[in-house]
Write a protein that binds this ligand. Structure first.
Ligand SMILES: [Zn+2]
Length: 192
């Protein structure tokens, strides 16, 4: 019954990637109290296998979220949000995530299925002085002189810091200046 209902809604395509190949099956978003069309979607084998085994995501496959995120159906929105969150270290995914608008209860549901670290990260993005989101591996420039305590030098405004890493605190990132790994204040950085 549920399958027929969903297949009709999905027009026999995978509701995330639109594939019509392989076996289509009902996937129910966990955690849920009720298994019905509001908590389930039709997925192809490839999407389902990757969702169940998120350590091996094929990043390019998930470019499909670019379309599914705009679905009118809530379960499709929630799974799109969840997968984009898992992929948010990809700049395209974090941009899409920012464009998504979901009700708070749906966001909470999407996050409930994420490993806790990912959930925490998506809650507190790190921004530079212009409000541009920073991600691991970005290059930034300093927008003011910075005394490097313990380093005995001042990193001048305009210094380029490559390959930064985010920290648990969105106000701080880490990067190397003159070969020394230091903590930088996000608000004093500009994405290069
Ligand atoms: Zn699919």
């Amino acid at each position: 019954m549920l399958y027929e209902k969903l297949a009709l809604r999905a027009k026999l395509k995978c509701e995330l990637c639109s594939s019509q190949q392989g076996k289509m099956e009902v996937y129910t978003i966990q955690p849920t109290l009720k298994v019905d069309e509001n908590s389930s979607l039709i997925l192809c084998e490839k999407c389902r296998a990757q969702i169940e085994n998120p350590e091996s995501l094929d990043v390019n496959h998930w470019r499909c979220l670019n379309e599914s995120m705009w679905s009118e159906y809530k379960p499709v929105q929630v799974m799109s949000y969840r997968m984009l969150s898992l992929l948010r270290h990809e700049s395209w995914a974090s941009e899409l995530l920012e464009q998504m608008y979901l009700d708070e209860d749906l966001i909470a549901w999407a996050k409930a299925g994420l490993p806790s670290k990912e959930a925490a990260d998506t809650e507190a993005p790190t921004f530079d002085s212009n409000g541009v989101k920073l991600v691991d591996g970005d290059s930034v420039t300093l927008i003011k002189d910075l005394d490097v305590k313990g380093g005995g030098f001042t990193a001048k405004r305009g210094t380029l810091v490559k390959n930064i890493s985010l920290t648990n605190n969105p106000k701080h990132v880490e990067g190397k200046v003159n070969g020394i790994q230091i903590v930088l204040v996000s608000a004093f950085l500009k994405k290069a």
